[in-house]
Design a protein around this ligand. Structure first.
Ligand code: GDP
Ligand code: MN
Length: 377
């Protein structure tokens, strides 16, 4: 789950990181009054789950409250990478001396949190990584000990020469690690970490992604979800208790069990097709779940065929078959549906499906080949 800059800043502040104050406005008038309250120059910043807002025109300096209102009226409603801006952060403008990059993410290869820092901040870090990898210092943290003080100093040393500033930055690096761990984050980033012209270190941008599996034990973080910035299908799937990941292909997959769902996607690829999604409907034959699954799959205009692959263990195939028949009566589907069911009560299930006019199979190879063929037709 991604959270907004203003929310990540709350987490960072709580960890002690020096972050300028700021409040969120939803209208130009609110932006103006917040700017007046702060006094002096402010920055108006689009709050969307996307980086590169500066380049897209979503970050603007305003000298007066009136100017803040004008910027806000342009930024609110603007599209950035396909996301509509409905909130702006109003925060005091800082006098920037230098911009650095400090980030930590869960590195799957190292299986541990890994820091990346660079004195070339403010810009796209992927660009620095691609063109000047020597400008990035990396460190993998042993989660048993956490980030040790000398490691934080070593990272900060890559950013600054002045020892007083390096010390401040090392403290921020340690606090960022705390915020990362305490939030159950998969990524936390400050870009840029600035030095002000008066020699203070401050985080003026904040980005954080939280691991969905960490949310159940962190309700205060879970409450930060903004569904308006998520693909509608993912919100709907979560609400219906389905695990869903949208992909780019045209074979809509509806499977019970994550392992079988993965195997189904592999087989679709093996026979020359492309899956449109990963979808695990779980162990239930509840028609409501099947309806939700079908609504999600058919809302994707790329989908040309719907493939059910069900293995009946404790879940009875005849229950699932009834679920599919009921569900397909409830919504109007204009796509071919192919179904494979095997396991407990499969004969009854195949009869139910055949009576309702579906092509039903017991072989996974056959049904996937059929689905790929129909998608290509
Ligand atoms: P991003 O483009 O989405 O990463 O948004 P940022 O918050 O990083 O802002 C982009 C750029 O705007 C920063 O790298 C700064 O150069 C500039 N910027 C942001 N806040 C301030 C500020 O308070 N003062 C000044 N002078 N520039 C700022
Ligand atoms: Mn940034």
């Amino acid at each position: 789950m991604n959270i907004h800059e203003y929310q990540a800043k709350e987490r960072f502040r709580a960890a002690g990181i020096p972050v300028p104050p700021g409040e969120v406005a939803r209208t130009p008038e609110e932006a103006e009054s917040l700017a007046r309250k702060l006094g002096g120059k402010v920055v108006v910043k689009a709050q969307v789950h996307s980086g590169g807002r500066g380049k897209a025109g979503g970050v603007k300096l305003a000298g007066t409250p009136e100017e803040a209102r004008q910027h806000a009226s342009k930024i609110l409603g603007m599209q950035i990478k396909g996301l509509t801006v409905d909130k702006v952060l109003i925060t005091p403008a800082e006098d920037i001396g230098s911009e650095a990059y400090v980030g930590v993410l869960m590195d799957r290869k190292a299986q541990a949190p890994t820091f990346m820092v660079s004195s070339e901040g403010g810009v796209d870090i992927e660009e620095v990584a691609a063109n000047r990898p020597e400008a990035i210092r990396k460190l993998t943290v042993d989660p048993r000990y956490g980030l040790l003080p000398h490691q934080a100093l070593w990272l900060a040393n890559a950013l600054y020469d002045d020892p007083a500033i390096t010390k401040q930055a090392a403290k921020v690096v340690g606090q960022l690690y705390r915020a990362f761990v305490d939030s159950g984050a998969s990524m936390a980033e400050i870009n840029p970490l600035i030095t002000t012209t008066s020699g203070e270190v401050k985080a003026i941008d904040a980005k954080m992604s939280v691991d969905d599996s960490e949310l159940f034990r962190r309700p205060e973080v879970a409450a930060m979800r903004d569904t308006s910035d998520e693909p509608a299908a993912e919100t709907k799937a979560r609400d219906a208790g389905l695990s869903f990941v949208k992909l780019d292909g045209d074979v809509g997959c509806c499977v019970n069990g994550a392992g079988l769902a993965m195997a189904t996607m592999d087989l679709v690829k093996y026979y020359g097709g492309e899956p449109a999604n990963f979808l695990d409907i779980g162990g239930s034959s509840n028609p409501d779940k099947v309806v939700a699954a079908l609504e999600i799959i058919t809302a994707d205009p790329n989908v040309k065929v719907i493939l059910f692959n069900i293995f009946g263990g404790i879940t009875r195939c005849d229950d699932v078959a009834n679920g599919i028949v009921t569900a397909t009566k409830q919504i109007d589907i204009h796509l071919p549906i192919v179904i494979r069911l095997t396991g407990t009560n499969e004969e009854q299930a195949l009869q139910i499906l055949a009576d309702a006019g579906f092509s039903a199979f017991t072989s996974m190879d056959e049904v996937v080949q059929k689905a790929v063929e129909l998608a290509k037709a």
